[in-house]
Design a protein around this ligand. Structure first.
Ligand code: SF4
Ligand code: ZN
Length: 372
């Protein structure tokens, strides 16, 4: 167990710093306050409610899909969203929306968790699959391209799959379980890669307002350590004693994808965890820094259009998914990766496919859905 979360013996006789009545059950990772279980639930949920209200994420009567992978963040999101919707009368129609990438031994198992969540929370579930939408499963794609760029394909396909599922459900918004740690990592990664376009939007609580379905992140300021089990970076044991998902006994799936590369993002993740250990505010401060970046007006940003082939939003002639699929279907999968040139377009003309700004590798955190 990580030292930082233990209640020191000398303090065990103290009372919760919020209610001053009950014994503290944990030291909040975000604030280091010693707090009882009941107060932790209250403050955890209330902070998310304040983020929702303060940012006017929803309007009464809206249909909202919760991107649900069966993993920790989205399971807690589904639970908390249904609780807050009922408690505060948001007036939302909530749905679960899952993507089946076709990864045997991983997604098939995690979807079983989502199916249980459907019953536990009483939320209708829609599953969209890569096989249905694109004709390929991730298992088949990995057989062709190996384990180097698999998450690029998966991330691009997932983005569209979620939009298509959301359109099927006729929802007004899609919420995802990206937490504060994810966003801080993404800020750092975008700086390291010089990706100005993504840097400018990755801290926004709502994105895609000009696209088919706006996406919101109610966990923007929620620390991962407060959501669920996390591995101690020293002993690698799982610290499962002091988190919302554990206390609430939520049913989630915690196995990592069998194709997870854990590369560049993994280093950014470890770096942030190290910073957090020294100074918990570091996570929020990185997000604030990202919010305060100003992009020079002379920086050229990609213009939005639609894909000539499938009609999805794209800043190029073809959207990323169509370019990647073209490569797969022609037996030339690498042509769609990176800043490759020379893939022919649908008319048989060779076309500079310096791809849609870029199709650089989108590494995963656990499930790779961090392309925001
Ligand atoms: Fe897809 Fe995530 Fe697995 Fe990568 S790690 S293949 S993005 S599910
Ligand atoms: Zn208390």
């Amino acid at each position: 167990m990580e030292e930082g979360n233990k209640i020191p013996k000398s303090a065990s006789s103290r009372l919760c710093c919020r209610c001053n009545e009950r014994k503290p059950a944990l030291k909040r990772p975000k604030t280091l306050e010693q707090i009882c279980r009941k107060c932790f639930y209250e403050v955890f949920e209330e902070e998310i409610h304040q983020v929702i209200v303060g940012n006017q994420l929803f309007k009464a009567g809206e249909r909202v899909a919760i991107g649900a992978s069966g993993g920790k963040d989205s399971t807690v999101l589904a639970y908390v969203m249904s609780e807050l919707n009922r408690r505060h009368n948001y007036g939302l129609d909530l749905f679960l929306l899952s993507v089946d990438e076709g990864i045997t031994g991983y997604r098939d198992d995690s979807l079983e968790t989502v199916k249980r969540n459907e019953v536990q929370y009483g939320l209708p579930l829609k599953i969209v699959s890569y096989k249905e939408l694109y004709g390929w499963t991730m298992d088949e794609i990995v057989k062709v391209i190996g384990l180097k760029n698999n998450c690029t394909f998966c991330g691009v396909f997932r983005r569209q799959a979620l939009d298509r599922g959301a359109a099927y459900l006729k929802v007004d918004k899609l919420v995802t379980g990206h937490n504060a740690d994810d966003i801080a990592e993404t800020v750092l990664l975008n700086i390291l890669r010089g990706d100005v376009a993504r840097l400018s939007r990755c801290t926004s609580i709502t994105t895609g307002e000009d696209g088919p379905i706006p996406r919101c992140k109610p966990f923007k300021y929620t620390y991962e350590k407060e959501i669920v089990i996390y591995p101690c970076s020293y002993c690698k044991n799982l610290n499962q004693n002091h988190t919302y998902a554990y206390f609430k006994k939520l049913d989630y799936f915690s196995t990592e994808c069998i194709y997870s590369p854990n590369a560049y993002r993994g280093f950014a993740r470890e770096f942030i965890k190290d910073l957090e250990r020294i100074r918990p505010r570091a996570i929020v401060d990185i997000i604030k820094s990202g919010e305060n970046f100003r992009i020079s007006t002379s920086t050229k940003m990609p213009e939005q259009g639609t894909c000539e082939r499938c009609g999805y939003i794209s800043s190029q002639k073809w959207c990323k998914a169509c370019v990647l699929l073209e490569g797969l279907n022609r037996g030339l999968p690498k042509l769609g990766i990176g800043r490759s040139r020379g893939l022919e377009n649908g008319n048989g003309n060779r076309k500079d496919m310096e791809q849609n700004g870029d199709v650089r590798s989108i590494e995963s955190k656990q499930c790779g859905s961090l392309d925001f």
